[in-house]
Ligand binder design. Sequence first.
Ligand SMILES: Nc1ncnc2c1ncn2[C@@H]1O[C@H](COP(=O)(O)OP(=O)(O)OP(=O)(O)O)[C@@H](O)[C@H]1O
Ligand SMILES: [Mg+2]
Length: 307
Amino acid sequence: MSEYMIETRDLTKKYGTQSSVSHLDIHVKKGRIYGLLGRNGAGKTTTMRMLLGLTAPTSGEVKIFGKPFAGNEKEILPRIGCLIESPGFYPNLTGTENLKIFADLRGLRSPKYIKSALELVNLPYRDKKLFSQYSLGMKQRLAIALAVMHNPELLILDEPINGLDPIGIAEVRDFIRELCDAMGKTILISSHILSEISLLADDVGIIDHGNLLEEESLKELEEKNAKYIHFCVSNAQKAAQVIASSFGSKNVQVSDGNNLYLYDTDLPVEKINRNFMEEGIGIREAHLCEDTLEDYFRRITGGEGIA
Ligand SMILES: Nc1ncnc2c1ncn2[C@@H]1O[C@H](COP(=O)(O)OP(=O)(O)OP(=O)(O)O)[C@@H](O)[C@H]1O
Ligand SMILES: [Mg+2]
């Protein structure tokens, strides 16, 4: 049995000549939250649609629960809960009535399925409010309730925090975490918001123009962030020469007349400061700094940041 709940190999989707998803190999481990991070148009929804058989891959393979998806759909799909397109809820029915329709379709007879799903997303059971009167956040919660109602092992959620206000986002984040930690679910979640993924995911796949650029644990990703010492001095050029001659390090970047970045963070700062003073270089500031995840994302995608 494979250790992965989802595994793709060389997964590719072309629309005409354009590759929306290109040779994607992703690995979603059991009992973890995997965040698929990418800008608008990166290929997140297309990937998820292929995982669920909603669109056929142009080439490549999908394995779910260790089995090829193709040919095993009937066994695999009931074990997955998904939020990928807005489900067709009826506007003139309440939330509970809407879930009841889906529960009947899935053969879930007991009302406890609906009750506990609504409880999880903080929506009232048997409330009188019609779906048409729901706020965007309530609609989104109901869609998540539908995804979890049949108690699936694996959840595939495409941008589940879309349209939510900050409090709603925090609540959804909390119950997604709970689904994983307390209920042992495996969750694949997509987002274009880096801070969201960094607050929620255990593992991260960064997708850009259909290509997977990185796949690793959030911890590894955070450790990759460059560390450096930032010196603000009276003469950065001369300071760089002092570092080169006194410590043999050329791992520096001079950004302008006053600012210098030293990437050999093990060098002794006090000694460097002393040498600067001896050479008549004034020091205004010296700080140990670290790139943010956003800096890292910008660096590897070679473009604009992602907030
Ligand atoms: N049915 C389709 N026909 C043609 N092109 C498509 C189709 N579906 C998606 N695409 C293209 O594939 C690319 C990836 O789209 P996709 O919706 O997967 O991105 P995304 O990462 O989900 O973006 P967003 O953050 O905006 O939801 C885009 O360039 C999109 O225009
Ligand atoms: Mg999308």
